[in-house]
Design a protein around this ligand. Structure first.
Ligand code: NDP
Length: 284
């Protein structure tokens, strides 16, 4: 199966497939099969995390797929309880062992956990891991612009990505403008708001207009907005649907209609603050 997913070039020259398959909340016993099905559907970018508890199964699927390691883009993210310089270094070594690989393509700080105020020290560890070749690119997740600014003032390397919640009802225009101005790619988590954006009447109208599903309209909007998107489904037909985004295009009027959904009080909520509150104490 060849894949027609385009790649974007990160700020250090590394190419990243614009559509990734996320494995958050895929139970461990189902992860190998899910990732193999995703590969069959054409995904070549897998997004996991230490906190998802399924890195070993992702690594097992990569090995079982027979795909050359260089054809797969693998991301993992630092556990919230492994912040700090030495802990972050050791945590990636453990991930590499679990995933049976010498390097990840992208290592992210999963959450800044600002109450502990260690994410700058953690970032320095990420810079060392990049220099060591254990990560081909390094980035962050769930940072707001002021936190990115703080990192910029104290660190050497600009994050290649910031992985944040972005969907039609929570578009983060200001943060994405900051990313563009500083060469940081936006990765969208929950790109269809866990399904809560699918019932929106504007999306339904566009789905009829283009003879596509509501999910495809939203994911195509993510592509045209320039985001890397991380879609998750445990359902093979939806996995295929969510990557079939490259045989149609939204026009300017369609893009404006979706832009107008941002902040809709009847739309899908912004879950980042609630998740940030919950995640620091979360263990698999
Ligand atoms: P999504 O917006 O991708 O939603 C996934 C949900 O939508 C699942 O319940 C899935 O159901 C359903 N779904 C998927 N495709 C379709 C479709 N075509 N039609 C109808 N329903 C569909 O959100 P997630 O929160 O799962 O995020 C995706 C990925 O983003 C994660 O796997 C993870 O990699 C990343 N992420 C990162 C976070 C971070 O803090 N950095 C936080 C959250 C997510 P089903 O599986 O039953 O098909």
């Amino acid at each position: 199966m060849t894949t027609n997913v385009p790649t974007l070039v990160l700020n250090n020259g590394v190419a990243i497939p614009q559509v990734g398959f996320g494995v958050f909340q895929i139970p461990r016993p189902e992860t190998v099969r899910a990732v193999l099905t995703a590969f069959e559907a054409g995904y070549r970018h897998i997004d996991t995390a230490q906190m998802y508890g399924n890195e070993a199964e992702v690594g097992e699927a990569v090995a079982a797929s027979g795909l050359p390691r260089g054809d797969v883009f693998l991301t993992t993210k630092l556990h919230n309880e492994r912040h700090g310089h030495d802990a972050a270094l050791a945590a990636l070594d453990e991930s590499l062992e679990r995933m049976r690989t010498a390097y990840v393509d992208l290592y992210l700080i999963h959450w800044p956990v600002p109450d502990e105020d260690r994410y700058v020290a953690t970032w320095r560890a990420c810079e060392a891991l990049l220099a060591d070749g254990k990560a081909r690119a390094i980035g962050v997740s769930n940072l707001y612009a002021d936190q990115l600014q703080r990192l910029a003032a104290r660190a050497t390397i600009v994050p290649a990505v910031n992985q944040v919640e972005v969907h039609p009802h929570v578009q983060r225009a200001g943060l994405r403008a900051y990313h563009r101005a500083h060469g940081i790619a936006t990765e969208a988590w929950s790109p269809i708001a866990r399904g809560r954006s699918l019932g929106d009447p504007t999306i339904a109208t566009l789905a009829r207009k283009h003879d596509k599903s509501a999910a495809q309209i939203i994911l195509r909007w993510q592509v045209q907005a320039g985001n890397v998107l991380l879609t998750k489904s445990a359902t093979p037909a939806r996995m295929r649907e969510n990557i079939a985004l490259f045989d149609f295009a939204l026009d300017d009027e369609d893009m404006r209609a979706i832009a107008a959904l941002d902040g809709d009080p009847h739309g899908a909520p912004d879950r980042t603050a609630e998740a940030a509150h919950r995640m620091p104490r979360w263990t698999p």
